[in-house]
Design a protein around this ligand. Structure first.
Ligand code: FAD
Length: 472
């Protein structure tokens, strides 16, 4: 059996390996650019705040990352300024960690070895938009991109539930999918990212336009192997979406009902299911029901469907004994989307922060897994399911909540889930590989060799590189 240490491997945090004066030299080199809009943040409080992301959902990561902190935060507004930052860091051999909005969940944007943190939120130009695709600078917020797409009759295919704060660069470098994954799969599926403009980490940074397969190794690489300055992504046709909150008698019936909806020829953007425990913990879910007891004792289903599909959806729901508690057009703020994916975890933890979570892709027949794990863990496990497409197949992902009883207990749940056929995306580890398929992707490591030959970008996060360069 795996030990807790095997399940949660962790590279060392600090001490820094760059020279004592190196960061000061970087700051000195960048000072002239302040007159052109570049900001340098040196105050301890700002550096502390920006050196974090949403890793506190993991009681394993929390203590491990607590002390990691950038020595300098740089906020550029142009690609030329990004190149100047890369050049200065490469010249002085200072680690550089990229940051979008800092909403990642696994300490992805935490600078393990100090150095410089480069925040991309100042690069906000949407360079081109058509009905089929857009090119946007990496710091653009996803919500702003959808606003720009709407007049062209288009919208983004995939959004994380953090779409109002997250950047497109952070989503592609650190995210995986979310709202829209029911139809469009995940960001790493071929076709979901068309191209990237990148800057290399060298004393004389180069700028490349990578298209198709050439961009794939930088997709979900946590900014370890290149600085993404702009992205070209395909769109989906803009639809008028309706949000539904539905009470279903049990998780099994909810699954059956959701599968009925998926089999019908309907445009569906999002389907997520919650068991009774989650319904009780996610206060906004209850607040949305006219009567708190509407969902009491039962499970909840959030469905986001095209307006023209509403009548069919309601007919299917009524036949299955489900009750529509809320129907309304999709909004930007306060949307039911902000109760799905890891927002469910966020809201549940607001009620009781002792809970943590896992990320699983369930096997094609999920019911036996749900039953077996529930039998084993009782009320210490609560189910939150998300409908996704994985490699062209309709599947269910799960973000179950787990009552924290220590790393050993967490490792055991993962062990059982794996034995039952689940694929685990461990949110309690720091490297790209350990949080993903577990396997080193040679193309990601090769891209680091090519675009970051000194290994300065986001050190400690690419296991394949650490294995090749043990002293890195
Ligand atoms: C409540 C909650 C809900 C969430 N829901 C989802 C969800 O539905 N789906 C999902 O996929 N994720 C989800 N996440 C995780 C996260 O919000 C998303 O992945 C988001 O898109 C990250 O964007 P960001 O701008 O905050 O990136 P950051 O967190 O700042 O960065 C993420 C990673 O990308 C790297 N990076 C950032 N910008 C660049 C760049 N320009 N070039 C190279 N590397 C870069 C960083 O170094 C870091 O490793 C959720 C998180 C929370 C807290």
């Amino acid at each position: 059996m795996r030990t807790a240490g095997d399940a949660f491997p962790f590279p060392p945090v600090g001490p820094r390996r760059h020279g004592a004066g190196a960061v000061a030299a970087v700051a000195q080199a960048l000072k002239p650019l302040q007159a052109h809009g570049l900001r340098l943040l040196v105050k301890a409080e700002e550096r502390r705040r920006l050196s974090r992301d949403a890793y506190d959902y993991s009681p394993v990561l929390r203590p491990q990352l607590a002390t990691a902190q950038a020595e300098l935060v740089v906020c550029p507004t142009t690609v030329e300024q990004v190149k100047a930052v890369a050049a200065a860091c490469a010249q002085h051999q200072v680690p550089l960690t990229m940051r979008g909005a800092g909403t990642g969940n696994y300490g992805q944007a935490v600078p393990l070895l100090g150095g410089v943190l480069l925040t991309m939120t100042g690069l906000q130009t949407i360079r081109s938009v058509t009905a089929d695709c857009f090119t946007a600078e990496a710091g653009c917020r996803l919500v702003a991109i959808d606003e720009a797409l709407a007049p062209h009759g288009a919208e983004q295919r995939l959004l994380p539930s953090t779409y109002r704060t997250a950047t497109i660069g952070g989503f592609v470098a650190g995210g995986s999918g979310g709202i829209g994954s029911i139809g469009w799969g995940f960001l790493r599926d071929p076709g979901n990212v068309l191209g990237m403009e990148i800057v290399t980490m060298e004393p004389r940074p180069r700028q490349y336009q990578l298209m198709g397969d050439a961009a794939a190794p930088l997709n979900h690489a946590y900014g370890t192997n290149g600085i993404i300055v702009a992205l070209t992504m395909p769109t989906a046709p803009l639809q008028s979406w309706e949000e539904l909150l539905v009470a279903v008698p049990s998780l099994e019936q909810g699954l059956y009902l959701a599968n009925q909806l998926r089999r019908a020829t309907l445009s569906i953007k999002e389907l997520s299911l919650y068991d009774e425990q989650i319904v009780a913990m996610v206060r906004p879910l209850q607040g949305l029901c006219t009567n708190l007891t509407d969902l009491g004792g039962g499970c909840g289903l959030i469905a986001i469907v095209a307006a023209e599909a509403m009548e069919t959806v309601k007919r299917i729901l009524t036949h299955q004994g489900a009750q529509v508690l809320l129907q309304r057009p999709q909004t930007v703020a306060g949307s039911l989307r902000e109760l799905t994916w890891n927002h469910t975890t966020l809201h549940a933890r607001a009620t009781d922060p002792t809970w943590t979570y896992l990320q699983l892709l369930l096997p094609p027949e999920p019911a036996p897994v749900l039953k077996a794990l529930s039998r084993q863990h009782g009320n210490n496990l609560a189910w939150h399911l998300e409908a996704v497409q994985s490699q062209g197949e309709a599947r269910w992902a799960a973000l179950p909540l787990l009552y924290w009883q220590g790393a050993g207990a967490l490792a055991e749940v993962m062990e059982t889930a794996q034995a039952l056929g689940c694929t685990i995306f461990n949110p309690h580890v720091i490297t790209v590989e350990d949080g993903g398929s577990g396997v080193v992707d040679a193309d990601q490591v090769q891209a680091k060799q090519t675009y970051d030959p000194a290994g300065l970008l986001n050190p400690g996060k690419l296991r394949g590189w650490l294995e090749r360069h043990p002293s890195a």
